[in-house]
Design a binder for this molecule. Structure first.
Ligand code: CP
Length: 301
């Protein structure tokens, strides 16, 4: 049966740990060639810098080749072709599909017709599972463990697909969550219900200052302008949180600041040179994690 990665729940705890371990091996030796002859299609229907380029770099470093597009303006979708037909056609050309799409559930639709592994590189406000794996790679690198951590997620918890995937995945590692968001951007009820059913403790606050000093991971997020139906709603909350270096005086020594990036003002650049900033290293690890995901789904390591 074809193995896909559509939601982070498609991977068991053991599979997640396996991927993180293999990513660590690739970090030590990134010149791999065991996928020579394979073709991976990177289909990006929505803008991306990190996810697309790190996937393409990962494919190249594994010795495979990339086909695809960074937007769909020049594809036959502009003539009205359906997503399903596009995927059926690409499936005949490639060994794996990596797809980003603005519509929630699009990756699952692709997987239902593909017949080859499909990786969800972000579907609307729903899920971004490979971002979660690289977030966990960064968490384990910086904390030396995944278990028993206090994780403070800040910003757009409503539309931010990375926090949805990450909260689900970390729920297997005995976390304590703090969800910091304005009322309009609270973590959706379905994720809170998921955590409650598993007995995972969480608290919600609107105050960024309230829990800066008692968390191990401060996971900042961008307010997702592109997901707001009304521009005025976005304008009201876009600058709700701004972290600067002067706010970090009392934080835990081990605390690290993560962000899926891009940032647009929620982390001032004066934070970059503090010992707590880890978002650029976090993004760098994404290439190794994506090498490991591709390798695993194609049945290699
Ligand atoms: N974190 C992330 O998904 O970044 P891109 O949108 O640049 O791919």
């Amino acid at each position: 049966m074809t193995k896909n990665l559509i939601s982070i729940q498609d991977f068991s705890k053991e599979e997640i740990l396996h991927v993180l371990d293999v990513a660590k091996e690739f970090e030590k030796d990134r010149e791999q060639n065991f996928l020579a002859g394979k073709v991976v299609a990177c289909l990006f229907f929505e803008p991306s810098t990190r996810t697309r380029l790190s996937f393409e770099a990962a494919v190249n470093r594994l010795g495979a080749r990339v086909i695809g597009f960074p937007d769909n303006k020049n594809t036959s979708q502009s003539k009205g072709e359906t997503l399903e037909d596009t995927i059926r056609i690409v499936s005949g050309y490639a060994d794996m599909i990596v797809m980003r799409h603005p519509v929630e559930g699009a990756a699952a639709i692709a997987a239902s017709v593909a017949g080859i592994p499909v990786v969800n590189a972000g579907d609307g406000a729903n899920q971004h599972p490979t971002q979660t794996l690289l977030d966990m790679f960064a968490i384990r690198e910086t904390q030396g463990r995944l278990d028993g951590l206090t994780i403070n997620m800040v910003g757009d918890l409503k539309y931010g697909r990375t926090v949805h995937s990450l909260s689900e995945a970390m729920s297997d590692f005995d976390p304590h969550f703090i969800f910091t968001a304005p009322e309009e951007l609270r973590m959706p009820k379905k994720y809170l219900d998921f955590l409650a059913a598993k007995g995972i403790p969480y608290e919600e606050t609107e105050s960024l200052e309230a829990h800066l000093d008692d968390c191990d991971i401060l996971y900042m997020t961008r307010v997702q302008q592109e997901r707001f139906p009304l521009k005025e709603d976005y304008e009201r909350v876009k600058d709700v949180y701004e972290l600067n270096a002067s706010m970090l005086g009392g934080v835990r020594e081990n605390m690290k600041i993560l962000h899926p990036l891009p940032r647009v003002g929620e982390i001032h650049t004066d934070v970059d040179t503090t010992p707590y900033a880890y978002y650029f290293q976090q993004a760098r690890g994404g290439m190794y994690v994506r090498m490991a995901v591709i390798s695993y789904l194609l049945g290699y390591r």
